[in-house]
Design a protein around this ligand. Structure first.
Ligand code: IMP
Length: 183
């Protein structure tokens, strides 16, 4: 679905699918350069990063493997709970591997800092983070993120993999959710 199909649920469109594709292509080119000649493993964080991983990997020219982790975040609300749980672990042993974690969005950074310390304990050769979106609070925290698609305002966004109560993941654009939907 496009933003026009659910315009009553959105305050405004933040990024069109064309703007997202353009930014992902830029980051893919940088990742190609960084990992040329290296054995790269991409870890996608389910479910939100599905679209980012799918588009980023197809825009990249270097070889890579792909694995997935699922960790708990908001449940069905719009506030971070601070409680992080592994719901699905990796299938791959990352010891000695070059690992790039791909996230949909970093809000408080709580989920990411848990994930990073968990993955570091498995002793990868390197560990970097790419996130499509980042909210201001995360920018203030010392979360070391190598690639950020867009820094966005502190509002609730949906689309391109991001949900509210399980919906809107299949919106091709990224939009601000209208308050009447969640209040
Ligand atoms: P953090 O731990 O506060 O950084 O939260 C990260 C997770 O919360 C993300 O992976 C998303 O699942 C969810 N999240 C945070 N902000 C939003 C938003 O604006 N829209 C949809 N999900 C969000």
């Amino acid at each position: 679905m496009d933003a026009a199909d659910i315009s009553q649920d959105l305050t405004r469109v933040l990024f069109t699918k064309e703007q997202v594709a353009q930014r992902i292509a830029e980051i893919a080119a940088e990742i190609d350069e960084e990992y040329a000649g290296k054995d790269l493993l991409i870890i996608g964080v389910l479910n939100g990063a599905v679209m980012v991983v799918a588009d980023l990997l197809r825009a990249m020219k270097v070889h890579c493997e792909m694995d997935w982790m699922a960790i708990s975040s908001y449940g069905s609300g719009t506030q971070s709970s601070g409680v992080v749980r592994i719901l699905k672990d990796l299938n791959t042993d990352i010891h000695g591997r070059h690992v790039l974690v791909v996230e949909d969005i970093i809000d408080t950074g709580l989920t990411l800092s848990y994930l990073v310390s968990n993955l570091r304990s498995r002793e990868p050769a390197s560990l970097e983070i790419m996130t499509l979106l980042r909210k201001p609070e995360a920018a203030e925290n010392a979360v070391d993120v190598k690639w950020v698609g867009f820094d966005i305002p502190n509002e609730f966004v949906v689309g391109y993999g991001l949900d509210y109560a399980g919906r809107y993941r299949n919106l091709a654009d990224i939009g601000l959710l209208a308050p009447h939907v969640y209040s």
